[in-house]
Each structure stands twice: as structure tokens, then as C-alpha cells.
Design a protein around this ligand. Structure first.
Ligand SMILES: [Fe+2]
Ligand SMILES: [Fe+2]
Length: 278
């Protein structure tokens, strides 16, 4: 889990800093102890996220027949991954979700939006089923077409065999331009996975937030317009609205989970079944 935290902190502080704040220089040159971890992480990610890899993971996981869990159990389950030697880490996943949800609630948004904040990273339970971290977190991007150079550490895509495939290396690749994001395959990770878990239960904007929250090349860098249709364009503002809560909602006094739990139990019960299929 340490690597996951390093990767997410990297995205937040060095690649996409809070508006008005400057990134800590070019992230590629930035001198910090976690840099090698993050670089290695993206190298593995970009090297291995091929069209074939994504198809295989979808076949493996999207039947959703692994485990039935309530959202609370999923949170607890995520925490079983915790390294015992570091007592702080245990709270990190839950705290991130809670702070994100509380920040959305404090701004007076609708309750399904608050719930989205609470659950958006539950797909990280993939780590517990033997998925390497590079196949769980990090920026996501379409596979099956040319990799975009605005994806973080895009230079590592040269090590991905799809970059040298005569079809997959073309801009449209296997896709019809304008076909819509729901008709393409994204790199495999917690976003796409949780989208499928939540698809029957949450409103469409919530599902877009979950499915594309790590697709920075789209919602932040304005790439991949050629793949989008009207529906994607209508949903993009929601994905953008969610992003600051995901990245910048850390607060100095952590919310008290015990105090808040009754509110979130009711909220979960309003939208989600007692047991979710993972
Ligand atoms: Fe996430
Ligand atoms: Fe998150």
C-alpha cells in the first residue's frame, strides 16, 4: 500500500497541483526519495497495459463472482492489505474516502455525489486478489489505439508491444472516431473495475466520476476528444467537478468515522444493496 500512496501523492503534488499552485518543477527532474518508486511504477504500468492484458483482466474480474461484500466490508477488506509495521496506513484509505465525501457534503451537493466520494476507490480491493499495484492505481488511458503523449511518463509506452503494432499504434487503432468512451477499453485498474460493481445502482454522473476519475489525459489534459461522443461531453463537467475533491480534500482534523458512520449507513442503504458483487 505504500507504493499506492506514493503514486497518488505524486499525481496530486507534482503532476496536477491545486489550481493556483505551481507543480514542484518538472516531475521528471524532481529530486525526491519517492521518485524512483513512482517512475518504476509507471514504467511497469505502461509496459504491461496492452490491449491483450486488459481483455484478460476483464474476463478474469468482470464476472463479479469473487466475493459478496457490503461497502463497509469492502473498506475493512481493503484495510487487511495494510502493512502491520505502519499504523498510520490503516486509516489512509478510509480517511481519504471519508474526507472526500465530507468535502462534497460540506459544499451542499446531492447525496449520491457524497456517496460517490465515499466509495470511489473501493475498486482497490483488486490488490487483494493478486493484482500488482500498477494494475490497480495510477493514471488510466485507452488501450487499442495510439497512446497519448500527455499521459504521465508517456515515454515508457515505447516499451509496450502495442506501440509497435501496425493497427494499435495508429491514432484510431481498433476504434471508430466518435464512438464514445463506453465503447472503448481503458487500461485496467480500480476505476474500471468499481464502475462495473456500481453500475446497477448509481446515477450516470456518479458512474462517470468512478469510471474516469484517473483518466487525467481526458478530464485534465483535454486529450482524446476524437473518441468522445455527445454523452461523454455532457458527463465531462461532472468528472471535473469530482476531481478536486479526490485530490485536494485532505483536512488537518480527520473526520471522526464513529460519529459519521450512522449518516453513511443510511446513505449507503438508500442506494446500495446490503451485499455488492465483487
Ligand atoms: Fe482512485
Ligand atoms: Fe481517490
Amino acid at each position: 500500500m505504500k507504493d499506492i500512496d506514493a503514486v497518488e501523492e505524486f499525481i496530486e503534488k507534482q503532476v496536477y497541483p491545486e489550481p493556483g499552485q505551481k507543480a514542484k518543477s518538472d516531475y521528471r527532474n524532481y529530486d525526491n526519495p519517492g521518485r524512483e518508486t513512482v517512475r518504476d511504477f509507471y514504467r511497469e504500468n505502461h509496459r504491461h497495459q496492452t490491449l491483450e492484458f486488459v481483455r484478460a483482466r476483464r474476463a478474469e474480474f468482470l464476472q463479479l463472482n469473487r466475493q459478496k461484500m457490503s461497502p463497509f466490508e469492502a473498506l475493512d477488506f481493503l484495510n487487511t492489505l495494510v502493512d502491520d509495521s505502519d499504523p498510520d496506513i490503516e486509516l489512509d484509505q478510509l480517511q481519504h474516502l471519508l474526507q472526500c465525501a465530507e468535502a462534497i457534503r460540506a459544499d451542499g451537493h446531492e447525496d449520491w455525489f457524497v456517496l460517490t466520494g465515499l466509495v470511489h476507490d473501493l475498486g482497490k480491493v483488486l490488490c487483494l486478489w493478486g493484482q500488482p499495484q500498477w494494475a490497480v492505481v495510477g493514471d488510466t488511458f485507452p488501450v487499442g489505439c495510439r497512446f497519448n503523449e500527455r499521459v504521465v511518463y508517456s515515454e515508457f509506452f515505447s516499451e509496450n508491444p502495442d506501440s509497435h503494432d501496425p493497427v494499435l499504434s495508429t491514432e484510431p487503432g481498433i476504434y471508430e472516431p466518435g464512438c464514445g468512451l463506453r465503447n472503448i477499453l481503458m487500461s485496467w485498474g480500480h476505476d474500471e473495475y468499481l464502475y462495473h460493481v456500481m453500475a446497477p445502482y448509481l446515477p450516470e454522473p456518479a458512474l462517470y466520476m468512478i469510471r474516469y476519475h484517473s483518466f487525467y489525459a481526458w478530464h485534465r489534459e483535454e486529450q482524446y476528444a476524437w473518441l468522445c461522443d455527445d454523452h461523454d461531453r455532457a458527463m465531462l463537467p461532472w468528472v471535473r467537478k469530482f476531481n478536486p475533491y479526490d485530490l485536494y480534500s485532505k483536512c488537518p482534523t480527520p473526520p471522526d468515522w464513529k460519529l459519521l458512520r450512522p449518516y453513511y449507513e443510511d446513505l449507503i442503504a438508500k442506494y446500495l444493496p446490503a451485499a455488492l458483487a465483487f
